[in-house]
Structure formats: C-alpha cells, structure tokens
Design a protein around this ligand. Structure first.
Ligand SMILES: *[C@@H]1O[C@H](CO)[C@@H](O)[C@H](O)[C@H]1NC(C)=O
Ligand SMILES: *[C@@H]1O[C@H](CO)[C@@H](O)[C@H](O)[C@H]1NC(C)=O
Ligand SMILES: *[C@@H]1O[C@H](CO)[C@@H](O)[C@H](O)[C@H]1NC(C)=O
Ligand SMILES: *[C@@H]1O[C@H](CO)[C@@H](O)[C@H](O)[C@H]1NC(C)=O
Ligand SMILES: *[C@@H]1O[C@H](CO)[C@@H](O)[C@H](O)[C@H]1NC(C)=O
Ligand SMILES: *[C@@H]1O[C@H](CO)[C@@H](O)[C@H](O)[C@H]1NC(C)=O
Length: 814
C-alpha cells in the first residue's frame, strides 16, 4: 500500500496546484514531473527559413540569382521560377511526403507528414523529419479524442483548441521538432457504430462534422487579422491543416472486408447529403489547405484516381486553395490491393496526377510519385505539366506558411509555449465540457464532497492513462488518471476488477467488491480501448468486453454508497443493463478524455462542474449489428433486405440513448420568443418547379420544389428561444435545432440537425438564444437523383427533444 499512498499524496499536490488557478510557481512546477511548462524561454530557432542569404552562401550559391526568393514578386511567379529550375527527376522527388529537396538550387528537404488530431502527435513516418518528441520537447498537450470534444457542441472551444494546438506546433517547428503541414482533422461521418476510428471523428451528423472541421481548421490555420484576406492564394497560414479521408471511408477491417480492398457502393444522394458534406464545409467555410483522398474505391473507382471527385469537385466546385494528398500508400493499394485496371506503378501515378492528386504519401515502400513520376512522363502516360501543376500547389502552401520567407509573428514561440499551464487547463476544460451525463436517478450526482471520505474507484479504466488519449496521440505533458482525479476529493480505494480491458475472467472482481462495500461511494470505470476499436480494426459487437458487465453488476450489488458508472469509449456501448439496474444511480460517458481526463471525471462527479455534453452518436442496442452488415453503405433503410436506417436521421427503431442526448444537474425550459412562420418566394420565368416524390396519400404542393442552384438563397429564417434554468445549479445547455421536412416526402430524413448553440445559464436566470438559418441550407433536401432542392410545403422546426416546435411554410409563386 505504501507506493499507492505516495501516489495519492503526489497527485493531490498536482491537483491542488492546478485548482488554485494561479500560475504554478517555478518551485511547484519543478516538483511535477512531465509538466514541461518551464518558463526559461528558449525561443526562436537557429533554423533559417529557405530564403536566407547566408544559407545560400554556405551552399556556394548567390540568393539574388534565384527569383523564387525575391519577396517582392508574387507567390505565383516565385513558385513558377522554383519549379522551372528543376529537372524532371528532381521534380518527381519533391512529390512524396519526404521531399528530398534540390541542393543545387538551394531547396532543402521537407517532410510533409505531421499529425495533430487532438494535440501535436508523433504519429507519422517513423524517425522522420515530421513531429517528434525528445528530451528538449518531451510532450505536447493531449486534448480529449475528437468524439468527446465534439460532444461539447461548443464551436468556440473547437476553434480555441485548434489555436492552442497550432501554437504548440509552431513552437515545436521553431525548435526543429515539427513540420508545418498537419494531416488533421479526420471528419468522416461515423456511419456505423462498429467503426474502429469513430473516436477520431466528430460523430454521425454531417453538419456537426462540418462545423467541427471549419472551426478546428480555422483554429489551426488562421493568422490573426488575415482571415479577411481576399487573395486566398496568398493568405498567410499558421500551420496547414488537412481534412481526411475523402470520402465514404469508414471501414477498417470487418469480417474479411478491409479498407485496402473495399469498394464503397454509395448512391449520389448519400454522397451529396452525407459523405461529401463535411468536406465541402471544410473547404468552403474552413478554407482548408489540404484534403486527403482515402484508400477505398467508390463504385469501382479508387478515389485518388477519380478526376470527378478530386479535380472537378474539390478544386473546381469547392475552390480548394491548397493540395490534395493521398492516404499513405494509396497508390500501392490501387495497384496491389484493388488491382485497378491492371495498372503498373506508372499507370497509377499517371491516373492520380491527372485526377488532381498533388502529393503522394508512401509509407511501406516509399512514394510512388517519387519513384515513378519521371518514368510515367518518359513513357508518355502523363504530361510533365501535370507534375508542374502539383508542385505549384504544394509550394504555394509552403510560401503561405512562411517556409521560404520566415514568420516573424511566430518566431518567439518556444519551449514555454508547449504544455503551458493554460494549455493543460484547456485540455481539462474540454473534457469537462464534453462528458455526457446519461443517467442520474434520484439526483445521485453530484456527490456531496463534504459527506464522502472514501471513494472506491474500481474497474479496468480506474487507473487509465494512455487509454485516455486514444488514437493519433503523441506524448502528453502528463496524465491525470481517474484515481489521481478522485484522490483530490477523498481517500481512494483502487481495485482494477479486471486484469485488462478484455477482462477474461472473474478473478479480480472480489477485491473490487470488497472495496465497494467499505467506501462511501463507488465509481466503476469501464469501457474499451485500442485493442477493441482502432485504426485497422472494427468492433464485432457493441458490448463491454469479457467480464466487465459482471464486474459492474457484482460491485453495484454490494456497494455501501451510491454507484456511478463511467464508460470510456469512442463508439456506443450497449449498457441497457446499467440503465435498468436500480443500484446504479448515475452513468457518465467520458469518450477518451485526454491527458487530464481523470481530473475532469472527478470534477463532474463531485459537482465542481455541471455536465452539459451531448452524444454526437446514436447509441444503438447491441442487436443493431445483427440487422445489417457493416459493408452496407446506404443511410436509408433497405426494406427488401430488412436493414434498418443509419444514424438518427434514418433509424427509426429504439435506442439505448438517442443522438443529442445528455442530462444536466439542473433543468432547462424553452420558450419560443419569436419565429418566422412562412416564406413566399416569387419565381421568374427561368426558375422552374421541380417534382418531388410524395407518398400517394400525402398532400403535394402544386409547385413542389425548386432547384437550389436556381434560387438566390438569400432568405433567412429567424427565431429566438428563451432558455430558462429552472433548477438550482448554474449550467450549460446545448440548444439543438432540427427540421422535419414536410410530411409525405419519400426518403426524407425523419429529422435533421440544422443548428445548435451551447449556452451558459445561471440558476434561475434566462438567456435569449437567437438563430438565423439560411432557408436553402436548412430546409433543403437532396433528392434520389442527388439534386439539391428547396421543397415547398409545411416544414417543422423542432427545438431539442420536441417540447418546442413551430411550422415554417415555403410557397413558390409563379
Ligand atoms: C497507474 O498507472 C500508472 C501508469 O501505468 C502506473 O505507473 C501506476 O503505478 C498505476 N497506479 C497504481 C496505483 O497502480
Ligand atoms: C485470469 O486472467 C488473467 C489475465 O488474463 C490471467 O493472468 C490469470 O491467470 C487468469 N486467472 C484464472 C483463474 O484463470
Ligand atoms: C430512487 O428512489 C426511489 C424511491 O425512493 C427508490 O425506490 C430507488 O431505489 C432509488 N434509486 C436509486 C438508484 O437510488
Ligand atoms: C420504421 O421504418 C420501417 C421501414 O421504413 C417501417 O416499416 C416501420 O413501420 C417504421 N417503424 C416505426 C416505429 O416508425
Ligand atoms: C417548463 O415548461 C413547461 C411547458 O413549457 C411548463 O409546463 C413547466 O411548468 C415549466 N417549468 C418551470 C419550472 O418553469
Ligand atoms: C465554450 O468554450 C469556451 C472555451 O472553453 C468557454 O469559455 C465557454 O464558456 C464555453 N461555452 C459554454 C456555453 O459552455
């Protein structure tokens, strides 16, 4: 017991220091290992930018002779000068993630691959020039995994996290520990609850995914004051982000299907409405500088070789200012996995270049572009001009990043800006805001900290550390595990209850029961980890592994005090047994809560904060996975096969918890203060009525719809909701706004999220929350033919779970 006791005292010290809210003094900071908030500012690097006269001199070159270094010229002219100086072979070698550079003309090596999904990570090319940690920079702030951050439904938080991550990234770059191009975020819609990478994503709703992408990308990329720059080809960048994996990618490895061979059979309706929608928002609203094409095929065609999806859509329709990169080894997968058109490597390279893929990440055997682009040109399969075009896209991004000319505004960032106290606090705050209260019978929570002296903290995740940072994590500043977190509030009795997450036998359950019998309260921390859901592996069921359920039931049955169940997972878990168990008073979902996760969980349980997170996923019952294979891509139910629909928009069965669910320690009441009820749109003679499929029994308006492309779409619908906190505690509420399309439209979603806003309301007070939604964006539908239509008729706007709703009628007048 001695080591344990020491641990508790020690974590208490950390915790008190952080809670105090004041600056950690130099002395206390030194007592905290892994907290690298050293104030000794070793800031700007000696690493010069590319266009540095002394660098050229060392290479025996005269910088003046290289127009690409002439800052008085436009990026366009400079980039062309740079590319024109290279031989074909040299050009090819710059098209892989590890660009070799061309010493002859003063161009250094560059590693394009760094990751920053929820903090700067070292995931990427092993031992590369990308991001890495060592004694100088031992860690970076590790935020909750995205699925939990999404659950905050707090757009400003999403952006702030992006800003903090890019500050740490820039600081690491200054110290030679990171590149400037980060292949994050992952914004694939989580279509199936079994998907192993759900934890990396903002969940199942395309609007939430798109808003998350926009905010996180703007946080990463935007340089203060430059977000209004009109020339997007020269808009400066803090770091460059990348929205991935484009598109209809959400299968890892499931019963013989895997991402390297999978052909997603999707409809154009689902593409437009669901799979492409977050990417469109990421490019148009976020102005992201990169999109990554995924491994899979869509309706037979490998995405990285599809000019319609890359060149025409991302660059053409959405107007990307940046580059398109392959997922790592996508071209090798095209040749060896998909055996696409019997391709040689040169064929694959030619097809991808022509489709608009600019950069080729090669992981296993190096970049196909690097190795084969020159021979593809020599064999007459692709024009050299396509190579030039790709390079220009790439170098324009590096110009905007200050890679050539330096970035004075970021030069002072250094070691003290990584894992600073403020950043660590934001990681804790994100977890507190995201944690979802799923059950709270008889107001079991919050526990009264005055009455709780001993807390049994049991379960396989009771001492979670690495588990809390999930996928695509680097090295965190430190960990605050659940037992660390709770030890700030009382004496913790810790028992694992299971040897690990797999929990293969019952041998450790008895000691956990013994701890629960004695303690004033019992917290059981269970769930999944990367052995169950991860990149490369999907789940086969929605249950807790092994004997975890048994552990929960037995511990609950003997607990002396109230029992709180905490679930860590990315995807949903069928915990209906816990909902129905009267001994279990409260249930929390904590996603994978990041390096400070244990602190956030304890703060919620003990009432230091009031939970306001909402589920960004439908929590289906375990039988859902027996109803349809993971490989079925359609969102709508398939009656002939008996498949239910996917996501809250199309699934009409019963759930464990619905999308958007989440309780609070207080109650909120909504009152509609004002609303606009109808919109009359006068059509001119070139605006035609478009047909819509209605059920035979339904009323169909005479002019059923108009193509959104034909409308000006400058009509907004405005309404105001008063949110009253009618309970006794301050708290934050997420006001979710759905539309229900006019009754009878065949194939329309049951409902669809059109807006959300998180709002803080003090106990007894009210806040007016105003919404202004664009009529086309919010009331539009995508029909079976993939037209985007504004349907006439009586639609309904529903606030929250339906206590407040009102109709909006659209009428077209010819
Ligand atoms: C909790 O986990 C950490 C990291 O794995 C380990 O060092 C520590 O000993 C564990 N604590 C207890 C009380 O077992
Ligand atoms: C229970 O499982 C653990 C870990 O898997 C193993 O080490 C132990 O031998 C098992 N005990 C019994 C009684 O099977
Ligand atoms: C809640 O209160 C009711 C009525 O007092 C009681 O029957 C039930 O067991 C309580 N549930 C919990 C979880 O404490
Ligand atoms: C759910 O959808 C199916 C297929 O469209 C339909 O047959 C069934 O009646 C619906 N169930 C409910 C509860 O609405
Ligand atoms: C909340 O609103 C409902 C209906 O809108 C009303 O019946 C109820 O009295 C309200 N509760 C409080 C505490 O204001
Ligand atoms: C949203 O997050 C920001 C940043 O942490 C925070 O200041 C704000 O209070 C949050 N909003 C609500 C309503 O919780």
């Amino acid at each position: 017991m001695a080591p344990k006791a020491r641990l508790f005292l020690f974590s208490l010290a950390i915790y008190v220091a952080l809670l105090s809210g004041s600056n950690i003094s130099a002395a206390s900071a030194r007592t905290i290992p892994h907290l690298h908030a050293s104030k000794s500012s070793s800031s700007a690097s000696d690493d010069a930018c590319v266009c540095d006269a002394s660098r050229f001199q060392e290479l025996g070159l005269e910088m003046k002779e290289f127009a690409y270094c002439d800052a008085s010229l436009s990026y366009e002219v400079r980039v062309k000068d740079l590319v024109d100086r290279m031989t074909l072979e040299e050009k090819a070698r710059q098209l892989g993630d590890t660009a070799t550079g061309v010493e002859r003309i003063g161009l250094p090596k560059y590693e394009w691959w760094s990751e920053a999904l929820h903090g700067v990570s070292n995931t990427g090319q092993p031992g590369s020039l990308g991001s890495f940690f060592d004694d100088e920079i031992p860690g970076a702030t590790s935020f909750p995994t995205v699925i939990l951050t999404a659950a905050t439904f707090n757009e400003s938080l999403w952006k702030t996290i992006g800003q903090v991550v890019s500050t740490e990234a820039r600081a690491m770059h200054n110290l030679g520990h990171a590149g400037l191009t980060f292949w994050s975020p992952n914004i694939n819609v989580a279509r199936d609850p079994r998907w192993g990478r759900t934890q990396e994503t903002p969940g199942e709703d395309p609007l939430v995914a798109g808003k998350y992408a926009t905010n996180y990308v703007r946080g990463l990329q935007d340089v203060e004051g430059s977000d209004l720059t009109t020339n997007l080809n020269s808009r400066p960048l803090k770091v460059a982000a990348c929205c991935k994996h484009y598109a209809a990618y959400d299968i890892e490895s499931w019963l013989g299907s895997n991402r390297f061979h999978f052909d997603s059979k999707v409809t154009e309706q689902d593409m437009r409405e669901t799979f492409l929608s977050p990417f469109e928002m990421c490019v148009k609203d976020g102005d992201v500088t990169s999109v990554m094409c995924s491994f899979n095929r869509i309706n037979g065609i490998p995405i990285c070789a599809d000019p319609q999806l890359l060149k025409n859509t991302i660059r053409g329709e959405w107007d990307l200012h940046g580059y398109i990169v392959s997922d790592c080894d996508s071209l090798e997968v095209m040749v060896d996995g998909h055996k696409w058109l019997g391709d040689t490597p040169e064929d694959a390279v030619a097809q991808a270049l022509k489709a608009g893929m600019d950069l080729d990440c090669g992981y296993k055997i190096g970049s196909f572009y690097g190795n084969y682009a020159a021979s593809a040109v020599a064999q007459g399969k692709v024009r050299e001009a396509e190579v030039d075009k790709a390079l220009k896209n790439l170098y324009t991004v590096l110009m905007r990043l200050g890679y050539f000319d330096g970035s004075p505004q970021f030069q002072s960032l250094g070691k003290a800006d990584v894992c600073s106290e403020e950043h660590i606090e934001l990681a804790a705050e994100a977890a507190r805001q995201g944690i979802v209260l799923l059950k709270n019978e008889n107001e079991t929570l919050p526990l009264n900290s005055g009455e709780i002296k001993t807390i049994a903290v049991v379960g396989p995740h009771a001492n979670a550390t690495k588990v809390m940072i999930g996928n695509y994590a680097g090295v965190p500043c430190r960990y605050v595990s659940p037992i660390d977190g709770f030890s700030a509030f009382g004496k913790v009795e810790y028992e694992r209850g299971c040897a690990d997450v797999a929990c293969k036998n019952e041998s450790l359950i008895f000691p956990a029961m013994r701890a629960a019998k004695k303690a004033d309260a019992t917290v059981i921390v269970v769930g999944l980890d990367l052995s169950v859901e991860a990149e490369g592996s999907d789940r086969v069921d929605l249950l807790l592994p092994g004997y975890q359920t048994q552990l929960i039931k037995q511990v609950a049955s003997v607990s002396r005090g109230p029992v709180i169940l905490v679930v860590m997972s990315g995807g949903p878990v069928d915990i209906s047994f816990a909902n129905n168990n009267p001994k279990i008073g409260a249930v929390l979902w904590a996603g994978y809560p990041g390096e400070e996760g244990g602190r956030a969980i304890a703060d919620v349980v003990l009432g230091k904060c009031n939970p306001g997170g909402r589920l960004p996923l439908t929590w289906y019952g375990a039988d859902y996975v027996d109803m349809l294979p993971m490989t079925s891509m359609l969102l709508r139910p398939i009656d002939s096969l008996g498949y239910p629909g996917r996501t809250y928009k199309f699934f009409n069965g019963s759930t464990i918890y619905p999308f958007g669910y989440g309780l609070s320690y207080t109650q909120f009441n909504y009152t509609l203060k004002s609303s606009q009820r109808s919109l009359d749109i006068k059509l001119h003679k070139l605006q035609h009525c478009h047909d819509v499929n209605y059920n035979a029994s339904a009323y169909k308006p005479r002019c059923p719809a108009v193509l959104i492309d034909d409308l000006k779409c400058d009509d907004n619908i405005e309404f105001e909701v008063e949110v009253k906190n009618v309970g006794r505690r301050d708290g934050s509420d997420v006001v979710m706004v759905y539309k229900v399309p006019a009754e009878g439209i065949v194939g329309a979603p049951t409902k669809e999220l059109i807006a959300f806003q998180r709002v803080f309301v003090a106990a007894g007070e009210s806040e007016a929350v105003k919404f202004v939604v664009n009529a086309c964006k919010s009331l539009g539908i995508v029909d079976y033919a993939a037209y985007h239509l504004l349907p006439a008729g009586r639609h309904t706007i529903v606030i929250g779970d339906g206590a407040v709703s009102f109709p909006v009628s659209i009428n077209f007048k010819q």
